[in-house]
Structure formats: C-alpha cells, structure tokens
Design a protein around this ligand. Sequence first.
Ligand code: PEP
Ligand code: MG
Length: 882
Amino acid sequence: MNRKYVYLFSEGNASMNHLLGRKGANLAEMFSLGLPVPPGFTITTDACRRYYKEGKKIHPKVEKQIDDALIYLEKVTGKEFSHPKNPLLVSVRSGSSVSMPGMMDTILNLGLNDKTVQGLAEQTENPRFALDSYRRFIQMFSDVVLGIDLYLFEQELDQLKEKEKIKRDSELTADHLTDLIRQYKKIVRQEVKDEFPQDPKVQLILAIGAVFDSWNNQRSMIYRKIHNLPDDLGTAVTVQMMVFGNLGDSSGTGVAFSRNPLSGENQLFGEYLVNAQGEDVVAGTRTPESLCILKESSPKAYDKLTEVAKTLENHYRDVQDIEFTIENGRLFLLQTRVAKRSAVAGIKFAVDMVNEGLISKKEALMRIDPSNLSTLLHQTIDPEVKADVLATGLPASPGAATGIIIFDPEEAERMLWTGQDVILVRSETSADDIHGMVASVGILTSRGGMTSHAAVVARDLGKPCIVGCDEITINLSQKELYIQGKTLREGDLITICGSSGKVFLGSVPLVPPQLTPECHTLLSWANEVKKLAVLGSVNTPEEAKTAKLFGAEGVGLCRTEHMFMDPARVPIVREMILAQNKWERKKALDKLIPMQKKDFLGIFQAMEGCTVTIRLIDPPLHEFLPNAETLTMEIERAKMAKNYQEMEEKEELLKKVKGLHELNPAFGHRGCRIGITYPEIYDMQTRAIAEAALELKKEGIIVYPEIIVPLVSHINELKTVREQVEEVLSHVFLEYGDRIDIPIGTFIELPRACMTSHQIVEYSDFYTFGGNDLTQATFGFSRDDAEGKYLAYYLDYKILPENPFVVLDQEGVGELIRTAIEKGRARKPQLKIGACGEHSSEKKSVLFFQNIGVNFISCRPYRIPIARLAAAQAALAAAEKD
Ligand code: PEP
Ligand code: MG
C-alpha cells in the first residue's frame, strides 16, 4: 500500500495532530470550517520519523507526494513556483503534536530567487518590499538550512546602515537592499562554496529537511527534557502560501487570544505590529502594540478577527491563541492553538465556561493541571509596604520574586547549585536561554511584548516575569544595567512583581497568596467529587489556620520535632539531650511541656471538630547541638584566655556532640528509637496532648487527637511505645477525672514495617505512610545526597523515569504500601489509612493512593488546593473506568 505522507488542508482535521502536528491539524480544521486560511499542505510526523530512520534523507516516495501537493497548491492559488510574473511563495513551518513554542525552525518567503523577486516587485508595485523579502529569505534560509552564522549577515547589515547613516531597517531603500542581497549571496558563496540555491523546488526540499533536523536541535531537546516529552515523536512540516503583513500600513501581523490569557477576562486580547512579518512579533525584537491599533487601522479586519476568535473558541471549546496576518486589510489565519495561560486565567476560563454552558464541571476539573495551582499560590508584594519602584514594564507572568541580577543564562544555571535565587535579566530571551530561565526565580527583559518568547515561556514555567521594560538599559559587556541614572551590577539584589510589572531595588517583603473566587468555586466542585479526605501537615497554630483556610479537613501530620526548633526552645532541648540522668532530663522536659501544650492548644482550637494527628518526636538529635568544629575553636579560645571553667564545659559538650555524631543520620537514632531509649520525652508529649485536649473539652471545644509513632520497624518497638503512651494517658485521665478517645497509630516508613504489617496492625488503630522515608529506605538513597549528586544524572540518562521523591515509585515503594494495606486490612478491615510526604499532592501518586484504598492524604498547607484538585481528578478517573 502506498503510505500517505502528505495531506492537503482539505484532507486533514484537528484529531490528526499526532500525524499532522498541532499546527497542521488545526490549519486543516480551520480550513474545513471555511475560515480564511491561506492554502497549503502538511508533511506528516511519520515522514519525519522515516527521514531519521533512513539517515536523514527524504525518501523519493515522500518527495513524489510533495510534488503532487505542490501541483495542487499551484492550481488553487493560480501561482507557480519560479513563475517570473506570478510566483508562488510559501512558508515552511515546523509543528509537532506537542507544543514546543519557538523551539524548532521556520522559513518564510521560500520561492524567491533573482527572477521571482522581480515578479513580486511588479506584482505588488513595491520593489522595496520584494527586495526586503528576498534578503530576509536569504538570511533565514542560510541560517536554518545552510548553517551559516547569522552574525555574518547582521554584521553586513550594520555596516551598510552605518555607511549610509541609517538607523532603522525600514529606512533601507531598494538600492540599499539590492546591494545587501549581493553581499548576502557573497557570504553564502564564501561559507558553503556554492551559489545560493535558485530553484524553488530545491529550496523547498532542503528547507523541509532542515525543519525535520530542528526536531533534534539543542533547545528542542532541552525543552523536551524539561517538559518530560518523548523524543521520538518527530515534527510535521506545513507548507503554506505566503501572505504578507509587510505590504504597507494596511497590512500587519499579530497574535490574538480569544480571552485574556493573563487575567482570564472574557475579552479579545492580543498584539499587533503594523507593516511587519510574523516572526517579528514572536521574536520580541520589536515591541508590538495592542489590538486597538488594528481596530483603528482596519476596523473591518478587527471585527472579522473578533468573530473568528469566537467561532474558534466555541468550536474547540477552549480559549485559542491565534496567529494572523492582515494583507491589505484582509484577514488571514496562520495558526490556532489552545492558548497557554496563567494559572489564574486557566481557572477563570474553566469556571466561566461552565457558567456559560460551554463545558461541564467535570471538564473544568480535568482541564486544570493540579501542579499549576502552585503558581497561583505564588507570593506577592506586601501591599502595606511602600517600596521605591525602579522601573515598570509589562506584567507578563504573575507572582513576585527576589533574587540577584544575572545576565547570562549559563551563570544563572551555575548559581542554582549555590542556592542563591537569581533573576535573569536580558534584553530579550530566545529559545537558547531556556536553561537559564528554568534556573531563575524570575525573568526581566527590556524588550518584547506580552507574547514574546520570555513572556510565553515564563507563563508556562509559572515564573514571575516582566517584559518590555524599556526604562532599563543593559550593558552586557560591563555586566551592568542602568535605570533612572542608577547603575546596578551583576549580583545586586532586586525584586520583580510579574503581576504589576514593577521592579524594585533590593528585597521587598512578600506576602502569601490568596485564592481567587474562581479558584474557590473550582475547589468546591472538587470537594463534591473527591473520595480522599485532604488533611494538612502543620506544625504551628498559624499553619493550622492557613491549612483550614485552604480547605484542610483536619491535621494528618503534626511533626513535633519542628516545635523543638524554635530558637527560644533550643537551649532547653539541648539541656534535655545533654542530661546526665533521667532526673536531669525530666527537669528540662518540665520546662518544655507548657510550650508544647500551648502549641497543641492553638492547633486544636484552629481545628475544632476535626482529627489532629500528632507524631511523637522524630528528630536527629545532633541537629540541636552546636557544630563540633565551632566548639573545638571555642575550646581553644577559652584555653588561651585561661577561662578553664568554660573550657571544661565546652569539652564536656564536645564529648557529647561527638558521641551523638552519626554516620548516616537518615537511619540514625531517631523516631521511636528515641522514645524507647528516652521514654520521658514521649511521656511529656503524650501528657501535653492529652491535657490540651481535655482542657479544651472543658470549654466545649472538641477535637479528635490521635498519636502516631514514627519509624517503627519491629512490632516490639510499637508495643513498647504503645504501652508507655497508654499508661501516661490513663494517668492524665485519672488526674483530670475525664477521658477522651486517643487512637494510637503507626507511621509506616520502613520496608520491614510494611512486610510485617499483619503483626504491626495488632497494636495500631490506624496507619499513615511516610512516602519520603519509605522511598529513602526502599531505594537505599539518602535523599540529600542523592539529589545533590547522582539523581540528576539518573534522570538525565533515564536510568530512573522520574524522581521517586516527587512521583511515588509505584512498582517498588507502591508495592510495599499495597502489601502493608492488604496485610493490615486482612486483620482489621476498617483500618484507617493515610499518606503523608511529598507524594501526597502529586497527581499520579494521589491516583495510586486512592486506587489502593488510602482514606486520606496530608500535605503542607500551600499544597492543599493542589491535593484537593488531584483527589477530584483521581475520583473522576476512577469513575470513568467503572
Ligand atoms: C515521610 O517520611 O514521608 C514523612 C512524612 O516524614 P518526614 O518527612 O517528617 O520524615
Ligand atoms: Mg519520615
């Protein structure tokens, strides 16, 4: 059978995007909707894969189909390749089935040569335009296809402008351009030892091959890695009749969004450049103006655009990002795709569309990637604080960030390892800067518009970004920037607010985020469908309040060791650790008990009516002690000062510090091992919990505390601690003449506990899985070392498919959890089961937890909205399967 590698627009549709790429598929769809699309055809991703398989050669069968499509194109346009009077000119564009904005290559004006350029000049009665198109084509083709350094052409252009004392490209005359074309062709001759190809058919085949090649250029590969996209999809290539936005003032080019992609407002939004060609907008080299300019210059075309945008939105049932060109007042559509959007806008679109009856609640819930909510939970500048604004640019991606100025993307990436937050400052960004953007906390550019590369990518990455900030001037060679007569250097601290476009000097206080009304609505829909309860992992009363505000249904984990880390408490904790005997330790604990009790009272009050699970302490003790090296120095100093008492005290401390030193603290003297060897500590905590709950009960405030025992591996550990906790509880109940039910559970975070769950369950009222430690113990990875050393390599080289500390390893760690649940529930069918740790708000892991019978997930307060949405999506996915 003759395989089909080329599809005319009339032969494709939107569902064929795996074959035609998104661009090709959507052009075909628009074509069949009768919208104004210049005619063309698409060469499939299949042809691209074949191209690679056959050693980067376009197979004659594919070429034959291209030839046939060309004949068709000539017929419908009435133009011909190489025709001296009416030449066919085409664009050759990349487009894969996944969105990779600006990563691959495009060639415009293909078909121009020494003869057709004259034809175009006569046809348009605009020789300057024809010559300018030709010189742009030579430059673009030489760069993308022939691999000649662009700089050589730019240098030639700059020299000419300097010689002729010209500032702007638009001032170049036809004579200048003729000269420039001659020089450009000379560069080609010198660089590739051949003439610039004159035959349009040859140009086309070479261009198609080059676009296929751009699937594997460095920036595309990096982009795919960052976005976890497969490498073997290949790109399609769309060949389409050129329309010209640079024919004069009634022409232009732009990008329109059917709704505002930043705020979510239901109003046509976009940018327009008069008398310009498509790439000028996307590249950000000229800062475009708003669509109002189009409304003024070509009102009819504007109305048509508004109408077409609505048609497309209703047709696709989602907000569209439309590239268009106006040629002499006539609208042409060059592309439509689902618009990238800020998190705020995405939620507003979804909620508004449900209210408009365009989509269902379920679709709205499934449309938002839960992790996108984290960008919505960005901090912003504290409105109470008056800070001096250094400059204002276009607010391209919301949120605020503070970091040091870095101009170079490589340097930004290097700084990542130092832990220093960086703001990447550039005149504009290109696809080559992507690694630096990923490494930065925010991006600031002096040029470009709201649809420039920097803006689009930053929104996609969820990073605060300001573009078009033309009040700043960047001097790259000096690594300086100038604003309002001030000079800032690389390394100086600035704060940017991507929601207002303001740049501030130094660090400005930031405040936590607030959810928008639409987000509340969406999350209330999530609660209607989700099966998993979502609880908060909180350590303080303030965090408990925040968690409640974000919809926590209780506290799934209170890590009590964090309560010990308060600077005011550390000396007492130290006293407790250094105690020589039980009696001394108890003295220190007596000082700690009122503090812990106060915390519990606060958390209980914030969580009235809910379950609050408190984990008995799980600290690496050495973290509370001074560093051995510092102590050694202090001992030396005391010795020199003949302060013998201090010297002896510090020597004693050093001995203890050395004694507590552990080679591998992740598996050290922590968790229930502490509770067993120093029972007084758990006694104190148990007492504080019970007393706090009973005291509130007296005031009519009811909570349901639970106690959980960490890092259990053997049943005897749990048995010992449980008996001890129960004894303290019975003492407190006796003292208070009252009692409450306080279930005692096991924090399951070691493989042995999973495998012996049938024993552990006998002493457990419930289970909570600690995915972080269970992952460490199962892989035998110490997380801090792994992430700092070899894990990145493992991910780069796909030794591991994902970071197991982010996405639960279902085959290994997940299997242990499943086993533990099965063994536990075989004995206690009603056993309550929860999951904590970072996986508990990651969507794939949440789906897994739901499907293996977990009852609740618990996460940090700012991740609760994410977990709620992930839980809703898990429930909807399961319902779909049934
Ligand atoms: C865990 O191990 O997953 C857990 C929640 O405990 P922590 O992160 O406090 O060690
Ligand atoms: Mg743990």
